[in-house]
Design a protein around this ligand. Sequence first.
Ligand SMILES: Nc1ncnc2c1ncn2[C@@H]1O[C@H](COP(=O)(O)OP(=O)(O)O)[C@@H](O)[C@H]1O
Ligand SMILES: [Mg+2]
Length: 317
Amino acid sequence: MESNSPALLKVENLSKKFLIKKSLLKKEFFKAVDNVSFSLGYNQVLGIVGESGSGKSTIGRLILKLIKKDEGKIEFEGKDIYSLTGKEEKLFRKETSIVFQDPKTSLNPRFKIRQIIEEPLLIHGFPKKERKERVKTAIKDAGLDESFLDRYPSELSGGQRQRVAIARAIVLDPKMIVADEPTSALDVSVQLQIINLIKKLRTEKKISFLFISHDLNVVGMLSDRILVLYRGKIMEKGDARDILKKPAHPYTKILLDSLPPEHPKDRKKLDYLPEVYREEVEGGCVFYSRCPIATDICKKEPQYTKIDNREVYCHFA
Ligand SMILES: Nc1ncnc2c1ncn2[C@@H]1O[C@H](COP(=O)(O)OP(=O)(O)O)[C@@H](O)[C@H]1O
Ligand SMILES: [Mg+2]
C-alpha cells in the first residue's frame, strides 16, 4: 500500500522499551513502541493518533534520533539514519525538525523571537546576511509580520507562539517535520489556524509532516494517511478517508464515536464505554481488555489483516 511513491521516511519493525524498575534481581521494562512499521511519502501528511501514553511521542523522537531505538530500521531518503556519517548526519538534522505541543515551554523565554528563529541557522553555520533573510522569510511564511521579531515569547498569544515554533522549524527548509500535538494546547479556533498553516506549508513548501495528536478529529483534517496506535502497537493504518469513513478496528471506532457531534450523523454515539471489560490475557490481543467485541479467539494475538489499502490488527477485520 505504501510503495506507489518513493518514501521519504521508512520505518520497519521499530521497537522501544523503557526501563521502569530496577532491582538487584530483575529489571522491568515497559514496551512503549512495539514492532511499528510505516512510511511517509514526499509531500505527505501522516497522522498518528492514539490516547495519551500510546507511544506517539516516542515514535516521533525515535525517527528524529532524539532517542535511541532498540530494534527495527529507520530510513530517511533510503539511508539508515543510524549509519549516517558526520556530513550526512548534519544534513539529516538540517532536513528534519520538530514542533512541540506547548510553545510556552519549547521557546526560550530569554530570547527574542529573532534569536529563537535564528538559532538553527547559527548551528548550521549560515552567514549573517543569509540568516537575516531566512529569519524574515520564515516568520512571514508562518503568518506573522516582521515586527514580532523584536518581541519576547511572553508578549505573544499561544497561537502566535506556535507560529514562532513553526517558523523556527521551517527556517532550514526541512523535508520533514514531526509535529507533536502542535494544536493540543490551543483554543479550537486557533487550532484551525495552525492546521491551515501546516496544510499551506505542505502544499507550498512540499514539507512532509508526521502529525501527532490524540484527537482523531484534528488528525482527520489534514492527514493523507492515518496510523492508529494503542499501547505502542498499530491497530490500523491506511488512507485517512477510508479510516474516517469506515473504521475497521474497534479501537478506531471508539475514537470516532467519541468525536464531537458536528461529525457525520451516521456515527452512533456510544452511550457508555467501560474503561475495562475484562482481564488482560498475556500473549493475546493488546486491546482485549477494553474491546467491546472480543471473544475467546482474541486471547490469541491477531495478525495484521490486509483489506484493500489498509492493515488491521484484529481477528474480526
Ligand atoms: N524516558 C522514558 N522513561 C520511561 N518511560 C517512558 C519514557 N518516555 C516515555 N515513557 C513511557 O512510554 C509510554 C509512551 O509515552 P509517549 O510516547 O510519550 O506517549 P504519547 O505521546 O502517546 O502520550 C508512556 O507510558 C510513557 O510513560
Ligand atoms: Mg506525547
